[in-house]
Design a protein around this ligand. Structure first.
Ligand code: ADP
Ligand code: MG
Length: 201
């Protein structure tokens, strides 16, 4: 089995993240925890790329719909629809508009627990309820209710793979194998080497 330090995850700084001048702030957060940037590009995605990206996981529609409905119920509000697939279909259309509205930055970050740690640092889907200290919680204020009433996608600055399986499907969708760079940085020895005695040698 591959060592955990080789786990990779996809991050996309969405168009609003670039408009808000948050590229450096976002990258800093993943870099400072010890993750390593191994892929990077800027592009304006096509609608087809976005649709395919979100439909890579066959369960995504059900999950995104259920999450939105649960958020309404938890706040004591009435969801716009009780059918998760209907909610998800409308989200896909709104995402195509949002994600093709300007340049994005796609990145691959590598390191132990990369998927889980990037999600933790990024915060929950809805900025309104995302935790304090997370990027979405600290830098933006959107909500399900506001994006629904304005008929648009939630603006939450970042995409981050939701699971290792999702990352493994998403990375090849955005990067060719030769665009992922293998290299070492010195602090990996401190993070991962079993033998730390070399400090005093
Ligand atoms: P995450 O990006 O946190 O993994 P999802 O995969 O569930 O979230 O959804 C993908 C993206 O679609 C979200 O980041 C957000 O921009 C948008 N989105 C999700 N649910 C809704 C919704 N109910 N209404 C509007 N936009 C949504
Ligand atoms: Mg997701």
């Amino acid at each position: 089995m591959a060592h955990p330090r080789t786990e990779q995850t996809l991050v996309i700084v969405k168009p609003d993240g670039i408009q808000r001048a948050l590229i450096g702030e976002i990258m800093k957060r993943y870099e400072r925890i010890g993750l390593k940037l191994v892929g990077l590009k800027m592009l304006v995605p096509t609608e087809e790329m976005i649709e395919r990206h979100y439909l890579l996981d066959p369960d995504w529609k059900k999950n995104v719909g259920e999450k939105a409905i649960a958020s309404y119920i938890q706040k004591g509000e009435i969801p716009p629809s009780n059918d998760p697939i209907a909610v998800a279909n409308s989200v896909v259309e709104r995402l195509k508009e949002y994600m093709t509205s300007g340049p994005v930055i796609a990145m691959v970050w590598e390191g132990a627990h990369a998927v889980e740690l990037v999600r933790k640092i990024t915060g929950g889907t809805e900025p309104r309820s995302a935790g304090i200290g997370t990027i979405r919680g600290d830098f933006v204020l959107d909500s399900y209710s506001m994006s629904d009433s304005d008929n648009r996608a939630i603006r939450n600055l970042i995409h981050a793979s939701g699971s290792v399986a999702e990352a493994q499907m998403e990375i090849p969708h955005w990067f060719t194998a030769s665009e992922i760079v293998r290299y070492r940085v010195p602090h990996e020895a401190t993070l991962y080497d079993q033998d730390i005695r070399s400090i005093l040698s």
